[in-house]
Design a protein around this ligand. Structure first.
Ligand SMILES: [Zn+2]
Length: 424
């Protein structure tokens, strides 16, 4: 058995290594390096890494890619998804999303996927099980998850998650959230809040995460919840919030506490609608051919509340502009695959929403590249710089001028390996 196994490995290894070892030279290409635009330069990648950036690099034995009319970007990062299987990571990569940050999945699936990484899947990190109370947010999806109530249980809870493989700690905190419910005769009303963690347990969980050198990312659903989480020392918020307005000092408060925010407008607008973004993405000829049947129907879905006036969308774009004005760290994320969203394609929609709501295209690109790398302490990606992973996205046009150019994908590279991009 051992002999057969080593034979298989020696057969497979050279092919994989060959793909990684073929250097590629992008010639005379526009580059968005994760922070700024370089109007024309060369980029050489080798052994899965970015080797050199500069004008007129010698081709040597590299395969040359003509960069005229194209822009090279760091592979995109979606900082809020739920990975339900290998297909999620495959679809993300098809759309140039080279890293997915999962915000709740079973540790068993996390382990399975991490131990079978493949070139045609986006890389991912995961929160594993989130911290929540019995009956709280996160317990309603049919996944049996551990819960806690008391601050004194926080440390043991966090340590268990880390043993299971959690890369960061996700905390569900739904204070101030009213849940839209189907009432009698199919009328939708706002019902009582779901049970949630106390402020003390929230603070104890965040402290326990920090003691164990992990980030604490908090799910919130109201401005009140967002403020409590920031005051409790959360590193980041997994969402912006619904409501009719955002208090003037919200952005400054986030910036003062050096926290980051993952707006997830894709899912928020699918709740407060009626014009959620998913339906538009299905019709985009640059995205549609790469969407599976399931992804298309997911994008066309909306939450029932979007057909009512119960939940206002106004607070989120207002808060986004406040974050921008205050210089707070905005980190792009979609919350795929919630209704109205899907892996990969929705990140392009999310970036367009940021621009519609007041960010410049370059600020939107930062939010999906160097900002998540900074927020989640991933120094090996999110920028085009020597020594970093060759996670790259090559597109036609200038996405720093027209954000929708991110969808006009020419090629996707994961750790230097070009993806074979096929229609679904
Ligand atoms: Zn989520």
């Amino acid at each position: 058995m051992k002999a057969i196994l080593s034979c298989v490995i020696s057969f497979l290894l050279p092919v994989a290594l060959l793909a990684q070892k073929t250097p590629v030279l992008f010639q005379k290409v526009r580059v968005f390096d994760g922070v700024k635009v370089i109007s024309e330069t060369d980029v050489l990648i080798e052994n899965g890494r970015i080797k050199e950036i500069g004008p007129n690099l010698p081709a040597g034995g590299a395969r040359v890619v003509n960069g005229a009319g194209k822009t090279l970007l760091p592979g995109l990062i979606d900082a809020h998804v739920h990975v339900h299987g290998a297909e999620a990571l495959e679809q993300a990569l098809l759309f140039g999303v080279t890293t997915e940050l999962d915000m709740m999945m079973s540790p068993r699936l996390e382990y399975e996927l991490k131990s079978t990484d493949k070139d045609d899947r986006a890389a991912f990190f995961s929160a594993g099980f989130p911290a929540t109370v019995p009956g709280g947010h996160g317990t309603e999806y049919g996944l049996e998850i551990p819960t806690l109530i008391l601050p004194s249980d926080a440390e043991a809870f966090v340590e268990s998650r880390i043993r299971e493989g959690s890369d960061y700690i996700k905390i569900m905190y739904t204070a101030g959230v009213q849940i839209p419910r189907m009432g009698p005769r199919l009328a939708i009303t706002l019902g009582n809040e779901r049970p949630t963690l106390s402020k003390d347990t929230l603070a104890a969980l965040i402290a326990a995460a920090h003691k164990n050198h992990r980030l604490a990312v908090v799910h919130i659903g109201s401005e009140e919840g967002a403020r409590n989480a920031i005051l409790a020392d959360a590193d980041g918020l997994a969402h912006l919030f619904h409501g009719s307005s955002s208090h003037r000092d919200f952005g400054e408060m986030v910036a003062e506490h050096h926290a980051f925010v993952i707006p997830t407008l894709s899912v928020l607008y699918s709740v407060c609608g009626p014009d959620s973004g998913g339906g538009k993405l299905v019709k985009d000829p640059l995205l549609a051919p790469f969407l599976s049947h399931e992804a298309r129907s997911r994008l066309k879905e909306v939450f029932p509340s979007s057909r009512t006036n119960l939940v206002s969308c106004k607070a989120a774009p207002e808060a986004l502009r406040q974050l921008k004005a205050a210089g707070a760290l905005i980190v792009a994320g979609t919350d795929a695959p919630n209704p109205g969203t899907t892996y990969g394609a929705s990140l392009h929609g999310e970036l367009a929403m940021y621009v519609e709501d007041g960010l410049t295209p370059t600020e939107a690109l930062v939010a999906a590249t160097s900002a998540p790398a900074q927020a989640f302490h991933m120094p090996d990606r999110g920028r085009i710089a020597p020594g970093l992973r060759a996670d790259l996205l090559l597109v036609n046009g200038d996405p720093d001028e027209d954000i929708k150019a991110t969808r006009d994908i020419v090629a996707v590279y994961k750790a230097g390996v070009e993806l074979e991009r096929k229609h679904r």
